[in-house]
Design a protein around this ligand. Structure first.
Ligand SMILES: Nc1ncnc2c1ncn2[C@@H]1O[C@H](COP(=O)(O)OP(=O)(O)O)[C@@H](O)[C@H]1O
Ligand SMILES: [Mg+2]
Length: 165
């Protein structure tokens, strides 16, 4: 138990503009590998898609990234492929029909808005990022929870690097 608690040490920070949220994500991108899974949670307008935009930019993706709310999964080609999921309107059964395993176990990075809907399907290794609005219009509280050894180590590198946070 103790060990597991250590592995899930949380990091909390605040950003003060959409640009700052994108920069945070941009700086995570060099630490990513094929098959990584990042879950983004938080209400509508919390900044999940904004985070994905920064990440995609960091992976050299030029195409404009928008919420795949209606298409559910959109694929972008960059240094690594990015599979951008938005599970807002989706049930588990529908997700199974979409063949989500091909993405989760594919060659790219899966970034999943409303990822908490499928925690039962994920392996123990993933990065959880929770975004919350605050009383200030442009401020967001961001909680980062690494699940699994590789993410604990990478979250440390993410913040030891000159992140500016
Ligand atoms: N600090 C911030 N970080 C991210 N987005 C912010 C921030 N401050 C204001 N915003 C605004 O909040 C909205 C977030 O939208 P979006 O990323 O689509 O949210 P979600 O995907 O969670 O529904 C955008 O309009 C963005 O400009
Ligand atoms: Mg979104």
């Amino acid at each position: 138990m103790g060990k597991r608690a250590n592995l899930e040490k949380k990091t909390e920070l605040r950003t003060h503009s959409p640009q700052e949220t994108k920069k945070l994500a941009f700086r995570l991108s060099p630490l990513l590998y094929p098959r990584d899974v990042i879950s983004l949670t938080g209400d509508l307008g919390a900044g999940k898609t904004c985070f994905v935009q920064g990440l995609a930019k960091g992976l050299g993706i030029k195409r404009k990234v928008t919420s795949p709310t209606f298409v559910i999964i959109r694929e972008y080609k960059g240094k690594l492929p990015v599979y951008h999921f938005d599970l807002y309107r989706l049930s588990l059964e529908e997700l199974e029909d979409l063949g989500y395993e091909e993405y989760l176990f594919g060659d790219g990075v899966s970034v999943i808005e409303w990822g908490e809907k499928i925690y039962s399907l994920l392996s123990g290794d993933f990065l959880e990022i929770e975004l919350k609005r605050t009383l200030k219009e442009k401020e967001r509280k961001i909680k980062i929870v690494p699940h699994g050894v590789s993410w604990v180590e990478r979250v440390k590198r993410w913040f030891n690097a000159d992140t500016g946070f």
